[in-house]
Design a protein around this ligand. Structure first.
Ligand SMILES: *Cc1c(COP(=O)(O)O)cnc(C)c1O
Length: 450
């Protein structure tokens, strides 16, 4: 036995050919034959610490002020990005989001043990912070090592650009964001604008923006921050570890997650993989990936046992962040679903909106993507796949306040083709005591009377 300090190492490797590897400070997004890369850790070194020791280390670091370990992501630094110097970490103490026992919502459905992982309670209001802290930290590390990186860029209509802009601003690294002109809401536009990103509104759609950002990253050395870059997955995978840690290392029966580009479902599985390999848990939860019916290529492939995958043209959906027909991380996602005895379920626009409405009535405040996950969970429960005694965790991906347009329209009953069963529009009345009192007593009786 030597008592030399452990040196944890990680590198990129092709998901198809594990012998094709690259150092993490190389600017590379895909393998020579066009496959995605993944970050692979030196498992032998990680395994030298016992499962109990890792658990104790993570517990002691959570919420501490010892830089940067109080972050939910950086508290697991050795599992995420060991080689970055702490002084180059760009963190807003993301992660460690609350896992909420949705007691009333669950009881109404008949599920006693339902939990919601509130990833939207984060710096920019979505789980995208978990991945972006890692990517931007690696960029800062690379710049410190002397690499020329003039800027970091992404194509996005929402949460990715918000996260990139905030972390880049914190690090004083230029951020460039490409948005389809006129196709993003004020709320989606304002975060990168406020954070001082260079914001381009292009006369095209998301795919058109993606083409431009790819060309710019190839020809001009601008660092690409879309989820094709597997550094983001390393941060996002901590959600899988964190959920189980918050449940005192007891593995739930199900974890339900909404999917669009499918990086996040892949990341969830990757976090669980490490827990299994290093002996922190001994069994697997089952994963449910939930898609909007309007953007359901993974669901269609699942229906055919993944024998074929065909990209589709995604139609507009209220769950705008998952309106993707040709997901970048499709291969990783299929692998994740297969290894975690997974299920892919879909939700219609009315189903996702009513699932939000119903859960909101019990004190939640859900974004439409979380609505897709809730609706999928409700459908699987109704079909008897999820059983009443199962422990279920639903991953809420963004804060509802980022999507108020959707909620306002729902409660005004202005969403087309939808009854909006849980709409609760304000009652407009003259300021007259008797009128107000009558209406109030009627409402209390109607809603809460026996
Ligand atoms: C990005 C995003 C998703 C989808 O994650 P993918 O990795 O693209 O599958 C879901 N919900 C919200 C709120 C998002 O921002």
């Amino acid at each position: 036995m030597s008592d030399a300090k452990p040196v944890y190492r990680a590198h990129f490797r092709s998901i198809a050919d594990h012998s094709e590897t690259y150092p993490l400070d190389e600017i590379v997004y895909k393998s020579r034959d066009g496959h995605l890369l993944e970050v692979h850790h030196d498992m032998a070194e990680l395994a030298k610490l016992s499962a109990a020791a890792w658990k104790a280390l993570f517990r002691d670091r959570a919420h501490s002020t010892e830089w940067p370990y109080g972050s939910g992501v950086w508290g697991k630094k050795e599992w995420v990005l060991p080689e970055v110097e702490p002084e180059n970490v760009v963190s807003m103490y993301e992660g460690n989001t609350n896992l909420f026992w949705a007691q009333r919502y669950g009881a109404e459905l008949g599920l006693e043990d339902l939990w919601i992982k509130q990833c939207g309670n984060s710096h920019t209001g979505s789980f995208k912070d978990l991945g972006m802290t890692v990517l931007v930290s690696m960029v800062k590390e690379m710049i410190a090592r002397g690499r020329e990186i003039p800027a970091v860029a992404c194509a996005s209509t929402g949460d990715t650009s918000a996260a990139l802009s905030a972390y880049a601003a914190a690090a004083n690294i230029p951020a460039v964001v490409f948005l389809p002109r006129g196709k993003v809401s004020v709320a989606q536009l304002i975060q990168p604008v406020a954070n001082g990103a260079i914001v381009f509104a292009l006369d095209t759609d998301f795919d058109g923006c993606m083409e431009i950002v790819k060309e710019i990253s190839e020809k001009d050395g601008i660092y690409l921050a879309n989820s094709m870059n597997s550094l983001r997955i390393e941060g996002q995978k901590t959600v899988g570890v964190e959920i189980i840690e918050q449940l005192d290392w007891e593995v739930p029966d199900w974890i339900v997650i909404p999917g669009g580009n499918l990086g996040n479902v892949s990341a969830l599985a990757k976090g669980l993989d490490l827990c299994l390999e290093l002996g922190l848990i001994e069994r697997k939860p089952r994963i449910v990936c939930a898609q909007a019916e309007a953007a359901n290529p993974l669901y269609l492939a699942y229906q055919r046992n993944f024998e074929v995958f065909e990209p589709i043209h995604a139609r507009p959906t209220l769950a705008s962040a998952i309106q993707i027909g040709n997901p970048v991380s499709i291969q990783k996602a299929i692998d994740a679903i297969q290894r975690y005895d997974g299920i892919v379920e879909q939700a219609s626009e009315a189903e996702l909106a009513d699932a939000c409405g119903r859960a909101d009535r019990t004190g939640l405040f859900n974004c439409p993507h979380t609505g897709v996950a809730l609706a999928a969970m409700e459908k699987l429960f109704a079909r008897g796949v999820i059983r009443p005694s199962d422990r279920v965790v639903v991953i809420s991906t963004a804060h509802g306040l980022k999507f108020v347009d959707f909620k306002v329209k729902y409660h005004q009953m202005q969403l087309e083709g939808m009854e909006a069963a849980y709409a609760n529009p304000p009652i407009e009345l003259a300021p007259d005591y008797a009128l107000v009192r009558g209406a109030m007593l009627r409402e209390i009786e109607q809603r809460f009377g026996a």
